[in-house]
Design a protein. Sequence first.
Lengths: 432, 160
Amino acid sequence: MNVRRAWHHAFLMRRPSLNLGLFRLAVAFTVGAHIIPSFFHLDENFLFTAFRTKNVSCYPLWILRLVDMSPDWVVQLWVVIFCVSLAMFTLGWHSQLSCIVMTTACYYFNALNNFQIGTLSFDILLVTLILMCITSYPGDFLSLDSLRHGWTRSYKRLRPYFIQRLLQLQVTWTFWYTALSKITAGGNWITGNPYYNLMHDPPIGVVRDFPFRQWLGQYPIFCHQLGLILLGFEFMIPLLWLLPTTRPLGIALGIAFQLMLWATLHVPTIFLFLFPPLMLLLIRPEALVRWIEARQTVNAKRGRAVLLYDGQCGFCLESIRRLRVLDLFGWVDPVDFHAQPDLAKLNPALTPERCRSEMVLLEPNGRLSGGFQAFARLTYRLPFLMWLAPFAHLPGADWVGTRIYRWVAAHRYLLHRNPACQTNHCAARDLN
Amino acid sequence: MLLGAAQYIMKPMRRRHALITCFVIAWTLLFHYETLRANYLSPLAGRELPKLPLLFPPAGWIMFYRVDRSYGFAEVYGIRGDHAIKLDPHQTFQTKAVGYDNIRRNVLIEVLSRPYAESFCRYLRWKFPEYESFAVVYAEYPDVIASPTQILRQVAYRCR
């Protein structure tokens, strides 16, 4: 019975899937950073002129032959497919489908030419991608999918925990097996002094010219001890992850370990981009949900901003539904101005005419802004819109944005889904 | 009626739990099998055990597991008349990875493999049309500590 309960708790229990949503961004960045640079020199990597090597241990021969027959236009088509699916996966638009297509493209390019992108870390990435493709959970949070479906509480959407647990186990096992291979199966970290050898790597070699390298190279005994300490860390760090009390220290040490690896060696940056986010998956999702809700409580106590909108316009209602998804920390309270009998009570400058002509944002400090300026203020405050803030404040953005906003506001009744107002009569009636 | 509703809800949930359980067990077994296959299970079985295609590295997670005092690498020489000019590996392959140097990761050593000779020669002729022929050389530091400047060289193959 206890085993059953433990299994249920480990893999089957429904828990918030927001960690996977955040991890999706890290995976997308890692995939892009690893594959896209090879596209800048298609002629030396994938086209007919390229020097290609084959990963015969991974792919059946018939796949390698089939892929090798690709004419250049097919390769270029796959480049487009990869870029589109990567963009979709990053934005979380049809997350599962885009993940499957992107992973297929990764396999295609790896089968076509293993030379530049085929590394051990790429194998780890592929294993991770397969797990990300199994379900749609990575698209629950911080995604266009959640925006499209209007999941206002997407950060606490409950899903079976097995994908996150398997990813946690993957990083744990990878650490342990890497350490194990250093002391068994031909590994020489106990019998030899690999760290000392690495310090004497030739100029073209894998070791970077980091500070103290030459100094370390003078002390073989110290290097041997340092190598053993590193080995100990590789075994110990996953042990720290097992206990909730030592987990934060384990995660910090693990990330520091990866940083050290990247700072001293010319290893693929996948290590740096993928492993720390994998370790962050060890954070309990409930802790993140509590943190988000604490921020919401703080905003509620301070007093929320008020966004006055036209509740008789379907387009506006649809936009507000999406705004509620974007407003993770509950900073703004959307209010239909038609339902507000005394607008002047909120702010003397507010009139029904103004609220009809544009959305108006009233911030807790009394600051009033409307139309595009209100949108620009929202990009400062809503975490999911923050990436737009630099664009909204570019020189000239205000001029362009205001004109676009005015056009949308004037035609908003055309854009909404209420068949009674499809001819824009509502707009004409209200504005007259 | 309530019992019926509960059963209606529970049935798909049970099926989903069964599916997840099967997947987790299968994935875990595969992960460990592929990790241990090359260096532990195959020697134990006394034969090369089959590898799952399309997933997992061929020899498990072996990052920097063995580093000895020798260091082998590849050099490429462009030949024009009687002159052999060593080609800059960063010019031979100009792809720049993000945050690290693939050439320093010794990626060029793969060109020494005989089955790739023809393909690499074709590539060199396309990339450096100004040379008449090429020589691909295996170079080795026999001991990076005892003799850090000594490099042994041997022509692996020539491209006419």
